[in-house]
Design a protein around this ligand. Structure first.
Ligand SMILES: NC(=O)c1ccc[n+]([C@@H]2O[C@H](COP(=O)([O-])OP(=O)(O)OC[C@H]3O[C@@H](n4cnc5c(N)ncnc54)[C@H](O)[C@@H]3O)[C@@H](O)[C@H]2O)c1
Ligand SMILES: CC(C)[C@@H](O)CC[C@@H](C)[C@H]1CC[C@H]2[C@@H]3[C@H](O)C=C4C[C@@H](O)CC[C@]4(C)[C@H]3CC[C@]12C
Length: 375
């Protein structure tokens, strides 16, 4: 809460505030931002848990809206001091069309920028992604890289392409004059693979393991490392940079920052087992059970099946040519730019992050058992 000398006078807007990351950002702001007067939560789909937040000292305003609709965004931004823009279509599974991904992730971001300019909102934090950099589909490893590491970013897939375009728009908007003549100050945060309470892909892996008798079958070599970051630390970085952006605009404005913490470097599957293992799932095989060429044939078959079935139903499995390529290419970051520029230190240790995630999965398991016993 605000200390007596700190006025509670700031209005924040979080777009995508009901999503996996957005919910953690909303809750972190309520816990960690002493100057918060009003918190606006803007999302296409509002969640029931928002109601419980309305009983606190901060005014929580739920706004159902679509970032692709400029007038809805402008109405939500009007009067806000800070915008944290997390809304987006996170789709590498072919669920949405390339056009829709572009419309939401790129045009939606442009709408947020223009709304800030029109309404005199000076501070904008954008949730970008590691995928703006890579891994690319050429298999080039990005090993312990940082924000300045040269790398051949290849954006053929709609999702990374949309994130790269949106990030570029945000960074180029830094310094634009907003209504009232002050400069717009923007920055972009690039989380690696986020994990933690509410992570849908982790939920999917857990349920897949349960369906297979408590087993998952290794598809990726253990040597291929993927950097991951706990959702609570990503949320904390968003809250902290939104605060420091107001004090150190010249240093932070126009910058990108990888999101990082002490989560260990592991293959995607081995990292997931840090949480699924204690919940009764085991990963079969010390090496991939199928050779890469066979996995690629399966991935291509999935892509063909998705295309054939599209007129009838949405078939969007985890394994497709893009996810196979990404999972098989090392991408780990090692940086302290956020610490150097705005004093970021992870709020949650690896042990805390792991424990919280395990407890979430266990709670999910208990809820499933309870539901089964009622049915
Ligand atoms: N999950 C990750 O591993 C990861 C990693 C790096 C970056 N990111 C980025 O973080 C952000 C949040 O991702 P997430 O994993 O929480 O995804 P999510 O799908 O859980 O959350 C996205 C939210 O945006 C909302 N949304 C989607 N389209 C909208 C629209 N047209 N108008 C308004 N709201 C809309 C959704 O309803 C959802 O609540 C995204 O921008 C994503 O690119 C995610
Ligand atoms: C079926 C196997 C090959 C299995 O191991 C596939 C895993 C695959 C679903 C994930 C491997 C890497 C993930 C991506 C990575 O963590 C970073 C991302 C950036 C973020 O902005 C959105 C999510 C994602 C694209 C993430 C998606 C799942 C993977 C591809």
């Amino acid at each position: 809460m605000a200390s007596p000398e700190e006025a509670q006078d700031l209005v924040y807007l979080v777009t995508g505030g009901c999503g996996f990351l957005g919910e953690h950002v909303v809750r972190m702001l309520l816990q960690q931002e002493p100057r918060l007067y009003e918190l606006r939560v803007f999302d296409l789909h509002l969640s029931p848990w928002l109601e419980e937040l309305k009983t606190g000292p901060v005014q929580v305003t739920a706004i159902q809206g679509d970032v692709t609709q400029a007038h809805e965004v402008a109405a939500a931004v009007a009067g806000a001091h800070v915008v944290i823009h997390t809304a987006g279509l996170v789709d590498v599974f072919g669920r949405a069309s390339p056009e829709t991904i572009h419309e939401v992730n790129v045009q939606g971001t442009q709408n947020v920028i223009e709304a800030c300019v029109q309404n005199g909102t000076q501070f904008l934090v954008y949730t970008s992604s590691m995928e703006v950099v890579g891994p690319n589909t050429k298999g080039h490893h990005f090993y312990r890289g940082n924000e300045d590491t040269p790398y051949e970013a290849v954006h053929k897939h709609p999702y990374p392409r949309s994130k790269a375009l949106a990030e570029k728009l945000v960074l180029e908007a830094n310094g634009r004059k907003v209504c009232g003549g002050l400069p717009l100050v923007t920055c972009a945060l690039r989380p690696t693979g986020i994990y933690g309470e509410g992570h849908q892909i982790m939920r999917d892996f857990y349920h897949q393991g349960l369906r297979l008798g408590g087993r998952l079958f290794r598809a990726i070599p253990a040597s291929v490392e993927h950097g991951r970051v706990y959702v609570g630390n990503v949320a904390w970085m968003h809250v902290l940079v939104a605060r420091e952006l107001q004090q150190r605009a010249a240093l932070i404005g126009g910058q990108v920052y990888f999101c990082y913490d002490q989560s260990p470097y592991r293959s995607y599957e081995d990292f997931n087992m840090e949480f699924l293992g204690p919940c009764g799932v085991r990963l079969v095989g010390t090496h991939p059970l199928l050779p890469y060429w066979m996995l690629l044939i399966l991935a291509l078959f999935n892509a063909l099946l998705q295309w054939l079935l599209r007129p009838l139903l949405l078939y969007a499995p985890l394994l497709n040519p893009y996810t196979l390529a990404i999972a098989n290419t090392t991408f780990t970051v090692s940086t302290n730019k956020a610490q150097r520029h705005f004093g970021y230190e992870p709020l949650f240790s690896w042990e805390e992050s792991r424990t919280r995630t395990i407890r979430w999965i266990q709670a999910m398991e208990s809820a499933s058992v309870a539901q089964l016993s009622r049915s």
